[in-house]
Design a protein around this ligand. Structure first.
Ligand code: 5GP
Length: 179
């Protein structure tokens, strides 16, 4: 199937809605970290589009880095094994770190990542996610900044993939069973 902007799934959030939300969260982050430097740590590959929007809306000294973590095992249990496939390059010692995530689902990946990052002794680690899917959570993890909350749907677009495709859709939609 070829990604078609008009027909790929049912649209949940348009580009305009997402940009507006990035603006609001950018202001909130700027207030919370006034006068401070922050490191935005994007999770590959899903967060790249969200990262690009969000970082433009944060009027602070901002540095960016990326990390890639893969989660294997049962999506519905806490026993999922997480591995880091691309590590952080920057020194996080005594820095404010905000993990920029595409979607928090069971929470397994981010829970592991947060613990992993603590070993680098940052000042603090917070989470800014484009989407939150709390219905699927198996670990008690609450993102600090949330773009939108979604029901238990499989969403695509704006960085999120299905079989590595559709990350380039300029909106977030969800796939129904027959698509
Ligand atoms: P978690 O460890 O929270 O269960 O999984 C988080 C990761 O699963 C996300 O970063 C994302 O890559 C993937 N994921 C979870 N839900 C969805 C979804 O609805 N659509 C897509 N495309 N990926 C998802």
């Amino acid at each position: 199937m070829i990604a078609n902007r008009e027909t790929m799934g049912k649209i949940l959030f348009t580009e305009e809605q997402i940009r507006k939300r990035a603006e609001e969260l950018g202001e909130e982050i700027a207030r919370d970290y006034e006068g401070e430097e922050v490191i935005l740590l994007g999770t590959l590959k899903g967060s790249v589009v969200w990262m690009a929007d969000l970082m433009k809306e944060i009027p602070l000294d901002v540095k960016i880095d990326f990390v890639s973590a893969s989660s294997y095992g049962s999506a519905t249990s806490t026993s999922g094994v997480v591995t880091i496939t691309k590590d952080v390059d920057m020194d996080l010692f005594n820095k404010h770190v905000i993990i920029v995530e595409d979607i928090v689902d069971t929470g397994t990946t981010l829970n592991y990542l947060k613990e992993y990052l603590k070993e680098r002794n940052p000042k603090d680690v917070k989470i800014c996610t484009l989407l939150d899917k709390p219905a699927r959570r198996v670990i008690d993890l609450k993102p600090d900044y949330i773009g939108f909350t979604v029901d238990d749907l499989f969403v695509i677009g704006y960085g999120l993939d299905y079989d590595q495709k559709y990350r380039n859709l300029p909106y977030i939609s969800y796939l129904e069973n027959n698509e």
